[in-house]
Design a protein around this ligand. Structure first.
Ligand code: AMP
Ligand code: MG
Length: 416
């Protein structure tokens, strides 16, 4: 599916099926991807455009009364790259729509409750993508391996977890479970680096070495988790993570596949768009100051009569105003991809602005979004809907400008 160098659905590549054997996983492999680090990073950035659009749709759905959300559960040994997933994958989308929660050793308050209590109350609210950096699985991994509870509650806990995840799914929250698997050698190198570099000391805990000494026990506990809690509703995905860039690419793909399958459409306007447009135009005409603002926009040579013709105004607008979305199309794709996640941070600021504008244009988009919904199942469709979006914006503004100018001309003629 979509993109150079990637083959196969992430769910097929990583999903834990019956008979899965953790010991046979090559943690340095890059299943589904034929390129190297640079190409992998570029592809993730490219996918980030689509991820960002789908996340916005999910967010819009949540703001409009929808109940859907997604939670990415990340498990893995110390230094397996869980934090990097939050930063480099979820960092590609609007931070307003993401909620990251790290689960450490339970607080005294949390210890008073059932182990699922703190997890349940950390689930994402509608429209959000939650990220769990560790999770309830610590209660059948670390707790088990370190011998922190009496007896043998594991089978019961697996059943409780499966039920909890089923109820979570029924509440509209899709659970994506990822285990980032690294080799002991890779962990050695990463922990060593953490000790070498003062700027990484904060990531190291002496207890990491206690857990490292229990490596085989952890692997057995993980195998048991996969055997008992990889369900149809919430399957496990085991991701080779010795190469950080690959693990990030793989989780991006998995998240994209999940969001695509949710078939998210733009919410319908809850108001009469034509009526609101007429009201807006009336204010533009009444307030000379607004007319002025529109004319001041640098993308338009307002003095030129040609600028008033809709096609030209539209074309210019598209380039200037929707660089974020049009970046996914053709020529600008490569340039964008080299900028990495930093560019997407900049973009998120313009997103806020776009969000408020969207409210006035959402009637139109709501319809086109719905029409597109069937086609949107591939990455390639992203630029089309983005184009339509900026076209709609450009058209609305162009019309408004032309009308406002017309009225101003009338006034001038009358005054003369
Ligand atoms: P880190 O994620 O490296 O910041 O470390 C968090 C630590 O908290 C890890 O050593 C986890 O094993 C530990 N932890 C998380 N959840 C639990 C739990 N339920 N019981 C005991 N330890 C936990
Ligand atoms: Mg740690």
């Amino acid at each position: 599916m979509g993109g150079t160098g990637w083959k196969g659905r992430a769910s097929d590549l990583f999903r834990v099926h019956e008979g899965f054997d953790l010991a046979s996983v090559d943690t340095s492999a890059t299943p589904g991807f034929s390129g190297g680090k640079q190409a992998g990073r570029a592809l993730r950035t490219e996918w980030g455009e689509r991820l960002s659009e789908l996340q916005e749709r999910l967010y819009a759905d949540g703001r409009s009364g929808g109940s859907r959300a997604v939670v990415v559960v990340l498990q893995g040994m110390d230094s397996s790259g869980k934090g990097g997933i939050a930063r480099h994958v979820l960092g590609m989308v609007d931070p307003q729509g993401v909620a990251v929660r790290s689960f450490g050793a339970p607080t005294p308050e949390e210890l008073k409750h059932h182990y699922l209590w703190r997890v349940r109350r950390s689930l994402p609210t509608p429209g959000k993508i939650g990220v769990f950096d560790r999770s309830h699985y610590e209660d059948v991994l670390a707790v088990r391996v370190r011998g922190l509870v009496e007896g043998d509650p594991w089978e019961r806990r697996f059943r409780e977890i499966n039920r909890f995840e089923r109820l979570t799914d029924e509440a509209g929250i899709t659970v994506i479970k990822c285990a980032l698997m690294i080799s002991p050698g890779e962990q050695l190198a990463r922990l060593n680096e953490r000790l070498d570099r003062p700027d990484k000391h904060w990531k190291f805990a002496p207890s990491d070495l206690d857990d490292r000494a229990l490596w085989d026990d952890y692997m057995h506990a993980y195998q048991d988790v996969f055997d008992h809690t990889s369900t149809a509703i919430a399957p496990w995905h085991v991701i080779p993570a010795d190469r950080k860039w690959y693990a990030r690419l793989a989780v991006t793909r998995l998240l994209l596949d999940t969001l695509e399958a949710m078939d998210l459409t733009w919410p319908m306007a809850t108001f009469d768009v034509a009526e609101q447009r007429a009201r807006l135009e009336a204010t533009a005409v009444a307030e000379g100051i607004l007319l002025h603002k529109v004319e001041e926009e640098p993308v338009d040579d307002a003095e030129s009569p040609a600028a008033e013709t809709p096609p030209r105004a539209k074309g210019k607008k598209k380039g200037a105003r929707s660089s974020k979305r049009s970046g996914a199309s053709k020529g600008s794709k490569k340039a964008k991809s080299s900028k990495g996640s930093k560019s997407s941070k900049k973009e998120s600021a313009s997103k806020k602005e776009a969000a408020s504008k969207r409210e006035s244009a959402s009637g139109k988009k709501g319809k086109s979004g719905r029409k597109d919904a069937g086609k949107d199942s591939s990455l390639d469709s992203a630029p089309h809907s983005a184009k339509e979006k900026s076209k709609a914006k450009g058209k609305a503004k162009g019309e408004l400008r032309a009308k406002a100018k017309g009225k101003a001309g009338d006034r001038k003629a009358k005054a003369a």
